[in-house]
Design a protein around this ligand. Structure first.
Ligand code: NAD
Ligand code: UGA
Length: 473
């Protein structure tokens, strides 16, 4: 069945991707009705909150787009069945984390949320529905979705003769912290599929704000795979530069100078060469793990072990940093207070998934220190959830004792502490008041700068001992 026009869109999943993506899509397509649905009622209530500071995610520019479009042509709802039934096009933008148990645990993607979304679409849709994979998925997942939907086409034939589906892959390339800009000005939009009419209809939606030459159309499998590979290549650059940061420290060279010199080669380019405490975020590790799983599945064990190294270097970098901190503080953290600046996995987001801060903080706590953690956007409950001291660490943490506190600002975190560890590249950490900090910290006071943010000469002037990642001077 051929669809002529899209008037009504439903997006399943109101998370970091579904919310911002649909907000920008609605903003650029005033004639479309866009409804974002989620099984998490609390999240939907937050998306609908009158005071925009309570939106469930922090993303620069997001509140403005929401305020322009919400309840005009953009809606947030937990009525999944009704929204699917009304929709001509359904985006699946649900979570696809790594499986925690069963076959492929630790590597394969857990597709239970994708499958349940497909089943919901099969059940509630009417007429012809274009189903768009927005989630990042293992190559060939569209086949699974197709099979579920086709089974319904056959079964529903008697009741609803017109029920039919087309499937497209349209992976998302936004990065958190810059999501609105990335969505508004994407490097490319990728649409994979085998139904030319469905591709044309989705392309028309994007053409309202994206130039034609940036919209790339491919077959389904290449589109699904390209998303995994893009993330793998980005993460690989970070592991490459992080591995060299250790070599710089050992050879009296400087990682910033090396990255600049290397990145000025046009063939290499300057982006994603910032050494740091390792990549965090919900996707790099999970997508590379999935890539490794797929390679092993197809018998490509050499390819799998090549990509495995990207993850191993990332873990090593975090451990390496924890060890250096302990060593510099005389090999003993007990009775010491350490200020942690930044807990989010990068600046301009409140997301803490896979943040390097988690493993580094856990390592330091294991050594017996007290942490005062400051992050401008991360809530205390999130840190609590991520550190989960009592349940996960095999040591004598006890329920009654406090091992860390959430500080309201930099000074409160630094007060009476022995060291500062900068873990997230928040802009406010670029202009630290070293004079003030030195006056309220214990001596000798240390700064461990894992993000290369501190002006060395300034901090040294006030008597700080400083360790900067990748700086061998
Ligand atoms: P998320 O966890 O923030 O959001 C997913 C949402 O889907 C959750 O709110 C969950 O309640 C909802 N959900 C799950 N099953 C549902 C169902 N059956 N019906 C209705 N709602 C359901 O995840 P995210 O970060 O938005 O990522 C979503 C997908 O996009 C993942 O595949 C991810 O790999 C990919 N992706 C993420 C980013 C990113 O920056 N976070 C960027 C590009 C791609
Ligand atoms: C990443 C990709 O950049 C997006 O294109 C992709 O859509 C997304 O994953 C996804 O699929 O989820 P994101 O994880 O949000 O986006 O953020 P990045 O800017 O890529 O940063 C990831 C991690 O790498 C952060 O911890 C960041 O601090 C670190 N990083 C990044 C570095 O250590 N050095 C760099 O040079 C760049």
């Amino acid at each position: 069945m051929k669809k002529r026009k899209i008037s009504n869109i439903c997006c399943i999943g109101a998370g970091y991707v579904g919310g911002p993506t649909m907000a920008v899509l609605a903003d650029n397509n005033p004639k479309l009705k866009v409804t974002v649905v989620d099984i998490n009622k609390q999240k939907i209530d937050l998306w609908n909150s009158k005071d925009l500071k309570y939106l469930p995610i922090y993303e620069p520019g997001l509140a403005k787009v929401i305020s322009r479009n919400r309840d005009v042509n953009l809606f947030f709802s937990y009525n999944v069945s009704e929204s699917i039934a009304e929709a001509d096009m359904v985006f699946i933008s649900v979570n696809t984390p790594t499986k925690k148990k069963g076959f492929g645990a630790g590597f394969a993607s857990d597709l239970k949320w994708v499958e349940s979304s497909a089943r919901q679409v099969a059940k509630y849709s009417r007429g012809h529905t274009i189903v768009v994979e927005k989630s990042t998925l293992p190559v060939k997942t569209a086949q699974t979705i197709k099979t579920i939907l086709q089974a319904c086409e056959v079964k529903c034939e008697d009741i609803n003769k017109n029920k039919s589906f087309s499937i497209l892959s349209n992976p998302e390339f936004l990065a958190e912290g810059t999501a609105i800009n990335d969505l508004q000005n994407p490097d490319r939009v990728l649409i994979g599929g085998d139904d030319n009419n469905a591709i044309k209809l989705l392309k028309e939606i994007y053409l309202n704000w994206v130039e034609d030459y940036k919209i790339l159309t491919t077959d389904l499998w290449s589109s699904e795979l390209s998303k995994l590979i893009s993330n793998a290549f980005l993460a690989q650059r970070i592991s490459s530069i992080n591995s060299i940061s250790a070599l710089c420290e050992a050879t009296q060279s400087n990682i910033n100078n090396v990255a600049k010199a290397v990145g000025m080669d046009k063939r290499i380019g300057p982006f994603f060469l910032e050494a740091g405490p390792g990549f965090g975020g919900s996707c790099f590790k999970k997508d590379i793990s999935n890539l490794i799983y797929i390679c092993n599945h197809y018998g490509l064990s050499e390819v799998a072990s090549y990509w495995e190294k990207v993850i191993l270097i990332n873990q090593w970098q975090q451990k390496r940093i924890s060890k250096i901190i302990v060593e510099k503080l005389f090999g003993n953290l007990s009775e010491k207070k350490i200020a942690i600046l930044g807990f989010a996995f990068k600046s301009n987001t409140n997301d803490t998934r896979e943040s390097p801060a988690i493993s580094i903080c856990k390592d330091l706590l294991e050594e017996g220190c007290f942490l005062s953690i400051y992050d401008p956007k991360v809530k205390k409950e999130q840190i609590d959830r991520e550190l989960k001291l009592i349940n996960t660490l095999e040591s004598d943490f006890d329920n009654e004792k406090h091992y860390w506190e959430k500080s309201k600002n930099i000074n409160e975190a630094c007060d009476n502490s022995d060291a500062i560890v900068i873990l997230t590249n928040w802009e406010e950490f670029l202009n630290l008041d070293f004079k003030k900090m030195q006056s309220i910290m214990k001596s000798p006071s240390w700064i461990f700068d894992t993000r290369n943010m501190v002006e060395l000469s300034q901090a040294e002037r006030y008597g700080f001992n400083i360790w900067k990642l990748g700086d061998g001077f």
